[in-house]
Design a protein around this ligand. Structure first.
Ligand code: COA
Length: 199
């Protein structure tokens, strides 16, 4: 199995709309899948006007989902919620990651674990000042927090996050992976670097 990442482009918006409409994704990633809503949310990212960086997850040559990274400080709402929840545990500067596999046939086969592990390694490789990667997950979303744990993250907090994001609605876990964490024994790496990174 090969897993690669390439930057999201407008030509991916149709596929992204389909992924966001898929029931298992909608359950956890609550975003409007309409094309105009995607343009509003992701257009500025594609144009480099939003500091979040979004990549398409390509599995065996097939675009299968997205994974994104951002500096925590670039999202004040999230940074405040994190400071309130886990003031001492998350070292800064930190980055956040979010991900979805939109194709049902690729889920539950280890792809999410491998993608998160490889992508996290590239975050540390390319955002050189970042010391910790933070992810928040609904406790009911076992596939997501188990994939994070298998990719070298550890749970540091459980509770309800105070954010405006509907995807944070419900009991959550916060997990972190620190720079220098040894890769899982069956660790996976992206087969090519992600390219330009804004800082
Ligand atoms: C979350 C997601 C990326 C995980 O990727 P994946 O490829 O499906 O997961 P993996 O095959 O790597 O499995 C990781 C762990 O989850 C478990 N798992 C997989 N699918 C599961 C499911 N439907 N229910 C419960 N556990 C599940 C696996 O057994 C494994 O745990 P284990 O080590 O205890 O056996 C993927 O399922 C997905 O995109 N889901 C929809 C969108 C989403 O939830 N995004 C995250 C929002 S925070």
């Amino acid at each position: 199995m090969s897993i690669d990442f390439r930057r999201l482009d407008r030509s991916d918006f149709g596929a992204l709309s389909g992924w966001l409409s898929e029931p298992e994704v909608r359950r956890w990633w609550r975003e409007d899948p309409a094309l105009d809503a995607i343009e509003t949310r992701y257009g500025p990212i594609v144009d480099g006007d939003d500091p979040t960086e979004v990549f398409v997850v390509v599995v065996d040559g097939v675009a299968s989902g997205i994974i994104q990274r951002y500096r925590t400080a670039d999202d004040p709402d999230w940074a405040r919620a994190l400071r309130t929840a886990v003031p001492a545990t998350v070292r800064t500067p930190s980055a956040g990651v979010d991900y979805l596999l939109g194709r049902p046939d690729v889920r539950g086969r280890g792809v999410g674990t491998a993608a998160i592990d490889a992508f996290s390694a590239t975050v540390f490789d390319e955002l050189l000042d970042v010391t910790t990667i933070v992810a928040s997950v609904q406790q009911a979303n076992r596939a997501s927090w188990r994939a994070l744990e298998r990719a070298g993250y550890r749970r540091v907090w459980a509770g309800r996050l105070d954010t405006a994001d509907p995807s944070d609605d419900g009991p959550a876990y916060v997990l972190v992976r620190d720079r220098g964490h040894p890769a899982p024994s069956d660790g996976h790496r992206a087969t090519q670097p992600l390219g330009d990174v804004r800082s």
